[in-house]
Ligand binder design. Structure first.
Ligand SMILES: [Zn+2]
Ligand SMILES: [Zn+2]
Length: 414
């Protein structure tokens, strides 16, 4: 479950409701669409019921996504959906438990009144805590790698005020904590925050056409000049696109990030697809064709949100199956599934996808090297692969690789 965000249309001022993971604001009144963009974090505030009070806002880190970890001799995963206090102020609730009737939140603008406490939480520590096992046996197992593939990474500010040396929850007007003698929470406040939300017009930078996308899309496409665009540092940046032709029938084209990468450290070098086959232990069953030695390693990572289990399985199988597949430079005209996982997040997953591809008998040798291995990504491409949609399954048309269709729907709510 998540938060609902209320935001005014930057064009006509009408109130529009969004899911917290949505990045595209479509105004139902003026029909103008805007891509939302924030420099570091998306910053939002909970509403309050204390007009006239001097409000103090405490930051909570909102994390939603999948945590993958390579511990012992296994790659495991866990879905995270947490909201943890990120301030040095003592006594406030550790977590912002989402209530049944969750109030609508709003983006912080320069007009939002109040003082904002500094965000001082170590993300790594939160992830470490979230990935910990409950059994004491498992804790002793070595952790080789951890990756958080997140969709939501925002700060939610909780409103409070001070009365009679006590902190009050400004939403429910209930006391939260007694303040330490002589301690003013405003000492922890950010001076002159200049946070703002940027809106990007969804017009094709190349031809001016209206870009296509859904509300959770992170890449928008232009059907006029056949280009794709993602938001980076406040502007739309062109994305390389390719596709594999479909074979007819009930087709849905799913996007994948094709990411060429190499890894070099003192103990291991992966410079080609052949190296990848050898290091993952897949060379024992067959001889490696000579051309694989010169073929670069491309990771194929789903560019859409999907259950972690399917994410791992698809990355692994498509990376093997499509290493030499021919593609063409165009976006399929119809039945295109939206890109909901940014390239940045796909890159975060490379090491875990590699670890997951390693055969059991090779893990002992390779897993201890994981902390030292870094995959250097090169220029990536978004490739659409055709899948046949049946009543239950999605079947990739060239490779016959399949997964349960229900995972697509679940993935969108992650
Ligand atoms: Zn509007
Ligand atoms: Zn265009």
């Amino acid at each position: 479950m998540g938060f609902t965000v209320e935001q005014e249309c930057p064009q006509c001022g009408a109130p529009v409701e969004l899911d917290e993971t949505d990045r595209l604001l479509s105004c139902p009144y003026c029909e103008v669409r805007s891509f939302l963009f924030a420099k570091d974090y998306f910053r939002l505030v909970l509403p309050h019921n204390a007009p006239g009070k001097d409000l103090i806002y405490a930051p909570y880190l909102r994390l939603k996504g999948a945590l993958y970890y390579c511990q012992g001799m296994k790659v495991q995963h866990r879905i995270l959906d947490i909201t943890n206090a990120g301030t040095q102020l003592k006594g406030i609730p550790f977590s912002l438990g989402i209530r049944q009737q969750c109030p609508k939140i709003k983006f912080i603008t320069p007009e939002t009144r109040g003082s904002f406490l500094k965000f001082t939480l170590d993300q790594d520590k939160i992830l470490a805590r979230a990935g910990r096992f409950s059994t004491s046996d498992a804790i002793r197992e070595q952790l080789y790698h951890r990756a958080f593939i997140g969709e939501t990474f925002s700060l939610i500010y909780f409103p409070m005020y001070v009365k009679n040396n006590q902190l009050f929850n400004a939403l429910e007007k209930k006391p939260i904590a007694k303040l330490d003698e002589g301690r003013n929470p405003l000492e922890l406040a950010v001076r002159h925050p200049k946070w703002k939300l940027d809106f990007l017009a969804t017009l094709c930078p190349q031809c001016g056409w209206d870009l296509k996308g859904e509300k959770d899309s992170v890449v928008l496409t232009c059907s006029n000049c056949n280009t794709a665009w993602s938001a980076a540092e406040g502007k739309l940046v062109k994305v390389n696109i390719r596709s594999v032709p479909d074979k007819g029938g009930n087709t849905l084209n799913l996007p994948f990030w094709k990411i060429p990468a190499t890894a070099e450290c003192a103990d291991i070098v992966i410079n080609s697809f052949a190296d990848f086959i050898r290091k993952t232990g897949h060379a024992s069953t067959r001889a490696i064709p000579r051309e694989w030695e010169n073929e670069e390693l491309n990771f194929w990572i789903p560019a859409f949100k999907i259950h972690p289990k399917v994410f791992l399985a698809m990355s692994y199988r498509i990376t093997f199956a499509f290493h030499a597949e021919r593609t063409r430079e165009m976006i399929p005209e119809n039945n295109v599934y939206p890109v909901t996982l940014p390239r940045r997040e796909a890159i975060e997953s490379l090491k875990i996808v590699f670890a997951n591809a390693i055969k059991d008998q090779y893990k002992k040798e390779i897993y201890p090297l994981l902390p030292k291995i870094t995959f250097e990504p090169k220029v990536s491409t978004l490739v659409y692969l055709p899948f046949t949609e049946t009543s239950m399954e999605m079947i990739q048309q060239q490779s016959r690789i399949n997964f349960f269709k229900a995972h697509l729907k679940i993935g969108r709510t992650l």
